[in-house]
Design a binder for this molecule. Structure first.
Ligand code: ATP
Ligand code: MG
Length: 267
């Protein structure tokens, strides 16, 4: 049997087939030893395929001889597999992986080209939520965010064009966190802060993706990464903002396992 692992900066993703059913699981990267133990226990004789920034580090924790592949190629392969398994076909698209950081790719046929990225990603969501609101667990962030109100934190175009007709939709964010200094005395809650943090991340990754889509003349943008998991607010910001900017968004179910699935299927 074979096992695919994506050892990322925050989470270790594992993919394998059990009686032809694809099984997917995750371990926090800080508990690399627990993931190594799991491998030793369940996959003593398996063929191990790995990818991700910490694959080489992880390799040292297990006795297996492993195959390591390029993270971007593995991810692209996994995405194409998930698309075809779900009966969706997209010829060419922008692939945006919102992991700890954000990586943006152009995919055409079976080949990916890295377009660029931004340091604004899931790690930023964790870090800013901790600094601003004292909330550092992912589950707490995504639970609290929908209760938040961005109105007293983010400056909208309509705030700047107060009383006049703006040349672009007034609802667009003119300046993330820009209202803080304009209305310094407004009351703000922890929920408001995390909501605005998620807004900042969603709008930033979308804007970068839209520029990539224009550069390669494609209209489909596929988003993956654990940052979206159970995170209805990030999903909504990214879906709405991508549409508003004239492209077609898709947040791929199980997309965060693309690297592990791609590694599993490769070679
Ligand atoms: P990279 O690809 O940048 O090396 P990664 O592969 O570990 O990192 P992902 O697993 O795709 O990245 O996403 C990590 C992000 O997902 C975190 O920064 C956080 O925002 C979010 N996240 C979702 N679930 C969890 C969790 N259980 N623990 C920590 N972060 C989580
Ligand atoms: Mg990753």
């Amino acid at each position: 049997t074979r096992v695919g692992l994506d050892v990322g900066g925050t989470l270790i993703k594992i993919a394998y087939y059990n009686n032809e059913k694809l099984e997917l699981l995750k371990f926090p990267a800080v508990h690399m030893d627990a993931a190594a133990e799991w491998i030793q226990l369940h996959c003593a004789h398996a063929e191990i395929h790995m990818t991700g920034g910490r694959a080489e580090m992880f390799q040292k924790l297990i006795p297996h001889s492993v195959l390591i592949m390029n993270e971007f190629d593995a991810t692209c392969r996994g995405v194409l597999h998930l698309l075809s398994e779900s009966g969706q076909s997209v010829d060419s698209f922008i692939l945006t992986n919102v992991g700890t950081g954000t990586s943006i790719h152009y995919v055409s046929g079976k080949v990916q080209t890295r377009v660029g990225g931004t340091g604004v990603g899931g790690g930023t969501m964790m870090g800013l939520s901790t600094l601003l609101a004292g909330i550092s667990r992912f589950e707490d962030i995504v639970r609290l965010a929908p209760e938040g109100d961005r109105g007293n934190i983010d400056l909208k175009v309509s705030h700047i064009y107060e009383g006049s007709e703006p040349p672009i939709p007034g609802d667009l964010t003119a300046s993330n966190f820009g209202r803080v200094v304009q209305v310094p005395t407004a009351e703000r809650t922890a929920a408001d802060y995390v909501a605005s943090v998620i807004g900042l991340i969603g709008e930033t990754v979308t804007t970068a993706s839209i520029f990539a889509a224009a550069q390669y003349s494609v209209s489909n943008v596929i988003y993956i990464g654990s940052s979206f998991v159970d995170n209805a607010m990030l999903q909504e910001v990214v879906i709405d903002y991508t549409k508003l900017r004239g492209a077609q968004p898709l947040i791929l179910t199980n997309g965060e396992f693309s690297g592990a699935i791609g590694a599993l299927l490769a070679f």
